[in-house]
Design a protein around this ligand. Structure first.
Ligand code: FMN
Length: 393
């Protein structure tokens, strides 16, 4: 092992240093997340209350930066009220809270599925007290949705995939192409309801431009100090931090733990352009971009309700991808609405929709943009906070 190793960080940063001796000294033995941090993936073990059982499934929903921004109120009998946690937002990379609300849509879809599995139908009313305002600073505790439980509810075949779903944040196997039929199955099985639309490609003609877009937009996020710092501040290193937070970007690799234990993981500033750390971080995004074997996307208007609908559709797509054994990984940089990203925001709309970036919420907007491929190994489940943290009873 080289004395100097460059360590990749999930948040995009890197660290130079650490030796084999360091690892031994730190007792680093493996990179599995602590079992308690990922207990959500066992499902609602020991829960008997119907609504709490459904929430236990819903908290496994995909959500940006694994912030888990959901709060559920169970104080009213026969009703579940979903709110957003105002502290769990991403002001730099998601200044309008669009991605946060997509995560609420994913939560809602799993909640409805988990209720249906128990023979309960849901009447979902979005924004019962009006839509969330545009600016994050104006967000209040108005409900995102009020779900009224009713008799009925048909089990959904995709429910079987809920606890198996993973987002593969790794390079894909470039020796395995995605068959056009697999893409068609994916797109056909989770049909978009108007006004949303789904699209995708595995075509050799289209992949290079989309891979380049991923990489170049990632570069902007890494090079913009405030957006880079947003990721770094949500990075959890080692079993202690992962267990303490059970959210964010969890890293438990022996190298990073060792480097962190030595006080060499500087979380106060982004890596400088041109530094080894920067180059390595770029390499990680470059790897993700280069190994994209296909892309899928969701487009539509961009009202608050459309954002929720997008999340509902997105998680269904990812569950279907799970059933098909193919990986789906959002690369959201190009669709982020901060000023420095504007050229890539424009380009992603030109490439996928053949039209300029939207100027109003009514115009077609790229809501989700994901790469696809076959993971090369097992994809770990990510941490979730304990159920009690989400529930008000
Ligand atoms: C709206 C949205 C945007 C996302 N964007 C990214 C992204 O840009 N990069 C990434 O690695 N993961 C992205 N994700 C995936 C989340 O990081 C992932 O869902 C979260 O870490 C939880 O992991 P899990 O899906 O495996 O449970 C996104 C998810 C959502 C819902």
């Amino acid at each position: 092992m080289n004395r100097r190793n460059f360590i990749r960080l999930a948040g995009g940063g890197t660290i130079a240093a650490a030796t084999a001796g360091t690892l031994v000294a730190c007792g680093a033995v493996g990179s599995h997340y602590p079992a308690e941090a990922v207990e959500a993936w066992k499902g609602p073990v020991g829960e008997t209350d119907l609504r709490r059982r459904a929430v236990a499934y819903a908290i496994t929903a995909p959500n940006s930066h694994n912030l888990q921004p959901w709060l559920v109120d169970l104080r009213e009998s026969g009703v579940i009220t979903l709110r957003t946690d105002p502290a769990r937002v991403l002001p730099q990379t998601d200044p309008w809270g669009r991605q946060i609300l997509i995560g609420h849509g994913a939560f809602l879809e799993l909640l409805v599925m988990a209720l249906a599995q128990q023979g309960v139908a849901s009447e979902v009313l979005l924004w019962p007290q009006g839509e969330m305002p545009g600016a994050l600073k104006d967000w209040d505790d108005r409900p995102v949705a009020r779900i009224t439980l009713q008799p009925g509810g048909q089990p959904d075949p995709l429910f079987a995939q809920v606890l198996l779903r993973r987002t593969p944040k790794t390079d894909f196997d470039t020796t395995r192409a995605i068959a056009p039929g697999v893409l068609a199955q994916l797109l056909g099985s989770a049909p978009a309801e108007a006004p949303l639309r789904v699209g995708g490609t595995v075509s050799a003609d289209q992949l290079p431009a989309l891979r380049t877009l991923c990489w170049e937009s990632a570069r902007v996020e890494l090079l913009t100090p405030r957006t880079m710092m947003e990721s770094i501040q949500l990075t959890r290193v080692g079993p202690g931090e992962i267990l303490q937070h059970r959210d964010g970007i969890s890293i438990n690799s022996p190298f990073v733990r060792a480097v962190d234990a030595l006080g060499m993981f500087d979380r106060t500033q982004p890596p400088a352009e041109g530094s080894s750390a920067y180059k390595s971080a770029m390499g990680r995004f470059e790897g993700h971009s280069r190994t994209a074997m296909g892309f899928v996307w969701i487009t539509g208007p961009n009202t608050r309700s459309d954002q929720i609908r997008t999340g509902r559709l997105y998680v269904r797509q990812q569950l279907q991808a799970t059933a098909l054994g193919v990986g789906m990984h959002p690369m959201s940089q190009a669709v982020q609405e901060f000023a420095e990203m504007a050229p890539h925001f424009e380009r992603v709309h030109q490439l996928l929709l053949g039209r300029p970036a939207p100027r109003t919420p009514q115009e077609p907007t790229v809501q989700m943009f994901c790469r696809m491929g076959y993971p090369q190994g097992e994809v770990p489940a990510t941490p979730r906070r304990p159920l009690a943290r989400f529930v008000r009873t």
